[in-house]
Design a protein around this ligand. Structure first.
Ligand code: NAD
Length: 486
C-alpha cells in the first residue's frame, strides 16, 4: 500500500507558518497502515492567544474594509483552488482518516468546495431590514459579523465539516481560528495553504493543531473568541457549553446521533436494503447521522435481515487509496477498540450477530479494519440501541405497527437524523412530522446539500449548519434609530 514520506506541518497564525511555542509536535497516523505519515505542531495556550489576537486584529484590517462582494469573490476562490487541488487534498483526507478515496475525491472534497461556492454567493446578500416603528423615526437593522469564530471539528469528515463553519463565517465577514481533530489535521492545514494562496489577508483564517483537552479547551476559554462553532461528541459539547458560559460566548453544537432508519412493510424493500446498507456503512459508520438503529416491520423482518446480512457479508474492506474500494479502515486504534467493546457488549446482552463482528485486514496484517457488522434481535434497552457507537455496527429492532415504530424511533436522547421507507405518501409525511430529528429522509438516506439545513434536535445539539439558516449563527443584528422629527 502506498504511503507518503513523513511531513512536518506547522501552525498557521497571521498567514505565517510557525512551530508551536513550546516546540511540541504530534504524530499523524494512517489508520490503514498504522504508519506515521506526518508530524504536526502541537500548540499551547500562547499559540492559541497569538492566533486569536491575529484573528481579532484582522477584523479591523483590510478584511473589514473589503466590500461584501470582494469578500465573496475570495471565498469563491477558496472553492476554485480547493477543486484544483482536489486530488491531493482527497488523498490527504483518505491517508489520515482511512476513508475510501472514492468518498474523499468524488463526494466530500467536491462538497466542501461547493459549500465555499454557496456561501461566496451569500456574502453580498446578507441584509438588514427597515422597520415601521411607532413615532417619527427611521429604524433599520444592520446584520454584522460576530467577530472571531473558533471552529472546532472532529475527525470523521475533517475538511467538509470545517467548510460548513469556515465558509459561512468568512462570507459574513468574521475571522476564524480553525482547530481540526488531533487525528486528522492535514486537510485543515491544506485549507490554510489555500487561504494564503488565494489572498485571504493575514489573520482571517488561522489553523491551530493540538489536543482537544488542552488546545481546544484554551480556545473555548479565550476571552477574545466571540463564538464557538463545534462539531463532535455530545459529552464534549456539554463541557464546551459549560466553559463557554464564563465568557458568555455564542455557541452552536452539532453533536452525536443514534438515527433510526424505519422500514415499513409496504416499502420497496430492495431500495430500503440499499438505504439500510449505505445508511450505516458509508464512512465506516463513523458518521454522525449514520442510520445505526434499523427498525423493521415484524412481518417483513426475516426476509429483510437475510438479504441485509448477505449484503453486509459481501462488503469487503480494501485499500482506501484504491479507487475501487468502498469500505475503508476505522479512523484510529481507539475507535477500533470502541467498536470492539460495543460488539462484545451486544453479544453479552443477548443481541444476535448476523454479519461481521470482527477485526479484519486487507492482506497486510496492518490497519484498523473492522467488518461491516449487523445485529438482529436488539431490544430498545440494550446498550447498542441507546449509545452512539460511531462505527460500522447496525442494531436491528422490530416493531408491530406504525405508532410503535415512531415511539421506538423517538426513544433516544439523540435527534440528529431519521429515515422512513414506505410507498404510502400519507404515511411518509405522517412519520416525518412525528419524528424528533433535525433531518428526515423519505425513501433515501445520507443525502445532503449545502442549501438544506442540517443540525440536531435533543442531545444532538442546536443551531443549523449549511443553508440560509447558518447565516443567523454567524451574524448579529443591530437596530439603528434615526430621529426624523424636524
Ligand atoms: P470529540 O468531541 O472528541 O472531538 C471533536 C473536536 O473537539 C476535536 O477537534 C477535539 O480535539 C476537540 N475537543 C475535544 N475536547 C475538547 C474540549 N474539552 N474543548 C474543546 N475542544 C475539544 O469528537 P470526535 O471523537 O472527534 O468526533 C466524533 C463525534 O462527533 C461523534 O459523537 C459524532 O456523532 C460527532 N459528529 C457530529 C456531527 C454533526 O454534524 N452533528 C458530525 C460529525 C461528527
Amino acid at each position: 500500500m502506498a504511503t507518503t514520506a513523513v511531513e512536518q506541518k506547522k501552525l498557521l497564525i497571521n498567514n505565517e507558518w510557525r512551530d508551536a511555542a513550546g516546540g511540541k509536535t504530534m504524530d499523524v497516523v494512517n489508520p490503514a497502515t498504522e504508519d506515521v505519515i506526518a508530524t504536526v505542531a502541537s500548540a499551547d495556550r500562547s499559540d492559541v492567544d497569538a492566533a486569536v489576537q491575529a484573528a481579532r486584529a484582522a477584523l479591523n484590517g483590510p478584511w473589514s474594509k473589503m466590500s461584501a462582494r470582494e469578500r465573496g469573490r475570495l471565498v469563491s476562490r477558496l472553492a476554485d483552488r480547493l477543486l484544483e487541488r482536489a486530488d491531493e487534498v482527497a488523498r490527504l483526507e483518505t491517508l489520515h482518516n482511512g476513508k475510501p478515496i472514492f468518498e474523499s475525491r468524488q463526494i466530500e472534497i467536491p462538497a466542501a468546495a461547493e459549500c465555499f461556492e454557496y456561501y461566496a454567493g451569500w456574502a453580498d446578500k446578507v441584509m438588514g431590514e427597515t422597520i415601521p416603528v411607532k413615532g417619527n423615526y427611521f429604524t433599520y437593522t444592520l446584520r454584522e459579523p460576530l467577530g472571531v469564530i473558533a471552529a472546532i471539528v472532529p475527525w470523521n469528515f475533517p475538511l467538509l465539516l470545517a467548510a460548513w463553519k469556515v465558509a459561512p463565517a468568512l462570507a459574513c465577514g468574521n475571522t476564524v481560528v480553525l482547530k481540526p481533530a488531533s487525528q486528522t489535521p492535514l486537510t485543515a492545514i491544506a485549507l490554510g495553504e489555500i487561504a494564503i494562496d488565494v489572498g485571504l489577508p493575514p489573520g482571517v483564517l488561522n489553523v491551530i493543531t493540538g489536543p482537544g483537552s488542552s488546545v481546544g479547551q484554551a480556545i473555548v476559554e479565550h476571552p477574545g473568541v466571540d463564538k464557538i462553532a463545534f462539531t463532535g461528541d455530545t459529552s464534549t459539547g456539554k463541557s464546551i457549553m459549560k466553559s463557554a458560559a464564563d465568557t458568555l460566548k455564542k455557541i452552536t453544537l452539532e453533536l452525536g446521533g443514534k438515527s433510526p432508519n424505519i422500514v415499513l412493510a409496504d416499502a420497496d424493500l430492495d431500495a430500503a436494503l440499499r438505504g439500510a446498507t449505505t445508511g450505516i456503512f458509508y464512512g465506516k459508520g463513523e458518521v454522525c447521522a449514520a442510520g445505526s438503529r434499523l427498525l423493521v416491520d415484524r412481518s417483513v423482518k426475516d426476509q429483510f435481515m437475510e438479504k441485509l446480512a448477505a449484503r453486509a457479508g459481501k462488503m469487503v474492506a480494501g485499500d482506501p487509496l484504491d479507487p475501487k474500494t468502498r469500505y475503508g479502515a476505522l479512523a484510529s486504534k481507539k475507535q477500533l477498540e470502541t467498536v470492539q467493546r460495543y460488539v462484545e457488549t451486544a453479544k453479552r446482552e443477548g443481541a444476535s450477530l448476523v454479519a461481521g463482528g470482527s477485526r479484519t485486514d486487507i492482506g497486510t496484517g496492518k490497519g484498523y479494519f473492522f467488518q461491516p457488522t449487523v445485529f438482529d434481535k436488539v431490544t430498545p434497552e440494550m446498550t447498542i440501541a441507546r449509545e452512539e457507537i460511531f462505527g460500522p455496527v447496525l442494531a436491528t429492532i422490530e416493531f408491530g405497527d406504525l405508532d410503535e415504530a415512531i415511539a421506538r424511533a423517538n426513544d433516544s436522547q439523540y435527534g440528529l437524523a431519521a429515515a422512513v421507507w414506505t410507498r404510502d405518501i400519507k404515511k411518509a409525511h405522517y412519520v416525518a412530522r412525528k419524528l424528533q430529528a433535525g433531518t428526515v429522509w423519505v425513501n433515501t438516506y445520507n443525502i445532503y446539500d449545502t442549501a438544506a439545513p442540517f443540525g440536531g434536535y435533543k442531545a444532538s445539539g442546536f443551531g443549523r449548519e449549511m443553508s440560509a439558516h447558518a447565516i443567523e449563527h454567524y451574524t448579529q443584528i443591530k437596530s439603528v434609530w434615526v430621529d426624523l422629527n424636524l
